[in-house]
Design a protein around this ligand. Structure first.
Ligand SMILES: Cc1cc2nc3c(=O)[nH]c(=O)nc-3n(C[C@H](O)[C@H](O)[C@H](O)COP(=O)(O)OP(=O)(O)OC[C@H]3O[C@@H](n4cnc5c(N)ncnc54)[C@H](O)[C@@H]3O)c2cc1C
Length: 397
């Protein structure tokens, strides 16, 4: 979107009131970050309560570095509740071991691969904020802005005003849609079923993350700590239609896993049907800029990506850190938002592209995985991972 007069007329050198839409990892991390700058930050979330939700996530050194810079000590807290991964086990659908990969993240980048439950991450971040700045049951339905303020509207009839509006409202962001009118996200041709439940998988005794490769489908079983297991099953499918009810979802996924080793099916069988999430995997095309006047985007709202390389939440924490840095270093809001986009746009475009590529690699056949095993050893340090995981925030004074 071309910059208009609104941007150029901004006169306040610094913001006072900030409204964040979305209390996911991005919105909450940003709220913590911006409160340390002395701003009056309010977070608006459509959910009626904070109930257990979301999937198991892998937090990587780049995301953890940023998170720790925003909220010192929080990585220790997450390490206690989550699970630092030492080994990743790759299995065939019938249970044969294909490969065992030791995680070298600590050795190479100083931080582990940490698997956590999205809900636990949300709770941990929320515990760093005063409860009265998080407004549940506030679904944003749109905004209007002028040179002095942003007016933000909610479906409960409320209206609030802020100097800066941050859309951290995920892949189907209302803030992004109001700015860019793109419509629905791109369906990437694969379906996902997932849940988190109290369960101990026998393989966790020696491996915390298990990747099971089937024919054009795969499954992750993650130890996310505190006795919880996250399973995520994905299948290449041109059809993104959803099942009619929870029982149908459960039968469908069990049907997809017919012939798979019992220990992989058992975790699905143990999951209550109404706690299995079913949905399509989607992304959106990269944006070259995503701020307009007093409004900007962050996390999945700005750069939603396929989950293939596990960078959605991690890149969200990078955004939160960089937005804090830009707002603290710049003398005007316009300069801060321009600098934020400049710092984030190229990097997130590369991550989005790699995620889309990685998504397709997932669906190579079992044979091609075996062939990959027989090829000469990969480079000891994958250049892309090195670039990705080495990202470190500078200290803000
Ligand atoms: C299967 C799967 C596996 C994944 N694995 C990983 C991984 O290993 N590592 C990783 O880094 N990422 C992973 N991700 C991605 C990660 O979950 C997201 O990138 C991350 O949660 C983005 O955070 P966010 O705060 O930007 O958005 P979200 O987590 O989507 O949060 C958005 C929040 O905004 C709220 N909201 C939405 N609309 C409105 C509205 N109109 N008004 C008010 N509130 C609203 C929502 O209720 C939600 O609380 C995975 C995703 C999936 C689907």
């Amino acid at each position: 979107m071309p910059k208009t007069d609104i941007t150029h007329k901004l006169s306040k050198p610094i913001v006072e009131k900030v409204a964040i839409i979305g209390a996911g990892p991005g919105g909450l991390a940003t709220a913590i970050a911006l409160r340390t700058l002395g701003f009056d930050v309010q977070v608006y979330e459509k959910a009626q309560d904070f109930r257990p939700a979301g999937t198991g996530l892998g937090l990587t050194p780049n995301g953890l570095n940023c998170l720790d810079a925003i909220a010192p000590g929080i990585v220790e807290t997450l390490t206690i509740s989550g699970c630092p991964v030492r080994h990743i086990l790759i299995k065939s659908s019938t249970g044969e071991t294909i490969r065992e990969i030791p995680s070298r993240n600590i050795e190479l980048y100083g931080r582990p691969l940490l698997t956590v439950w999205w809900w636990r991450l949300q709770q941990t971040l929320a515990s760093r904020l005063p409860a009265d700045i998080i407004h549940l049951n506030h679904r944003c339905i749109g905004f209007e802005q002028n040179e002095n303020t942003v007016e933000i509207n909610f479906d409960n009839g409320k209206t609030v005003y802020a100097d800066l509006l941050i859309g951290a409202d995920g892949v189907n962001s209302v803030i992004r849609e109001t700015l860019f009118k793109e419509g629905k996200a791109n369906f990437l041709g694969s379906m996902c079923w997932r849940s988190v439940l109290k369960y101990h998988h026998e393989l966790f005794d020696s491996h915390e993350t298990v990747f099971i490769k089937g024919n054009k489908q795969f499954m992750y079983i993650l130890n996310v700590g505190e006795g919880y297991t996250s399973w995520i099953s994905r299948k290449l499918s041109p059809d993104c239609s959803l099942s009619r009810n929870a029982d149908e979802v459960k039968s469908r996924i069990l049907n997809e896993l017919a012939g798979w080793d019992e220990s992989f099916r058992e975790v699905v069988e143990a999951t209550p049907a109404q706690e299995i999430w079913e949905g399509p995997i989607c992304d959106r095309p990269p944006l070259s800029h995503w701020s307009h006047g007093r409004v900007t985007l962050l996390g999945d709202a700005a750069h939603p990506m396929a989950p293939a390389i596990g960078q959605g939440a991690n890149s969200t924490f990078e955004d939160a850190y960089e937005l804090q840095a830009c707002l603290s270093e710049s003398s005007t809001l316009e300069a801060a938002l321009t600098s934020y986009e400049q710092r984030r746009s190229d990097r997130t475009q590369i991550i989005q592209k790699q995620s889309a590529l990685g998504e397709m690699r997932y669906y190579e056949t079992e044979n091609s995985v075996e062939q990959t095993q027989q090829q000469p050893k990969m480079r000891p340090i994958n250049e892309f991972h090195n670039w990705l995981y080495s990202y470190k925030p500078s200290v803000i004074n």
